[in-house]
Design a protein around this ligand. Sequence first.
Ligand code: SF4
Length: 338
Amino acid sequence: MKKHRNLPFFVPFAGCPFRCKFCSQEKITGCEGSAETLSAELDSFDSMMLHAGDLSKTENQIAFFGGSFTGIPKARMIALLERAQTYIERGYASSIRISTRPDLIDDEVLELLVRYRVTDVELGVQSMDDEVLRLSGRGHTAKDSRVAAERLQKHSVRFTGQMMLALPGSDERKELATAHEICSMGAVSARIYPTVVFEGTELYDMTVRGEYIPLDDLTAAKRTVPCLETFISLGVRVLKIGLQSSKELSTAPFGPRDGSLAELAYGFLYAKRIIEQVSGNAAGKTLNIFLPRGEISKFTGHKGVVLQELKQALLPACINLREDGTLSVPNVKIQIEG
Ligand code: SF4
């Protein structure tokens, strides 16, 4: 079976009616479809396709990310989609995915997207709590996300729900409810982004004024666990946890800046499952913990923080971490000795 691969083409802030309080996408000025900017954009699209890779091994999907694709002026949107078609017709990719805001999805735009072989839409749901959306300056409501999800299903377009943690006014209960609702709205996959505070955003000013308290890496990873568990248990694939590792992320002034937040979050998910399974019977005993292949680093990475917390919670005499190739992520098997 061929491996799925996204060929990401970034259209930062394109189509966004305004900037959300936390957003640091760089605004592209003069990209409203003038001949020169569009032609430069299409040229850079062509150079991105040079990285299409070995077509016998990968099934590529062209991905327009970084803005609100369906808010881009129609002529520019169609020019981008048409350029993408030329590569689909030549076999470089099989389909297209886009990301957009829930309030920029209507039947007309969906008919256009489907015509141009867009099979997946990533919706920036962020939260299903209207107060959180308002405090984050999103400019849409939870109802907009529900309506958008229904429209996507009507047009047989798959939907990925993007949600954020620790937005202004948010808490674990609201985040868990958001994860549940993304599943019940029919998402096939999800992305979880703990909020990072970048300079130049309104959220940065709020943080400096003490009106917003950002999370640190460990708290962000732990706070991810209930949502991650919900998606896994309801069969919704988690495509990403945390922002892509980058210089911009590692130098962000506040918030979780660890580019491998997913590793930590899965580590804490394993730890939670182990503690539940052992249920207080491990003190002074030897625990043999069997993990799926390649997962031991979730315990030993980040200076072994997950392993340390497990030891503190269970007080075992000894913990042995072992691989079991028959287990799938994130399942775990435990033997207690002594
Ligand atoms: S809609 Fe998305 S890309 Fe646009 S400003 Fe808001 S968060 Fe940023």
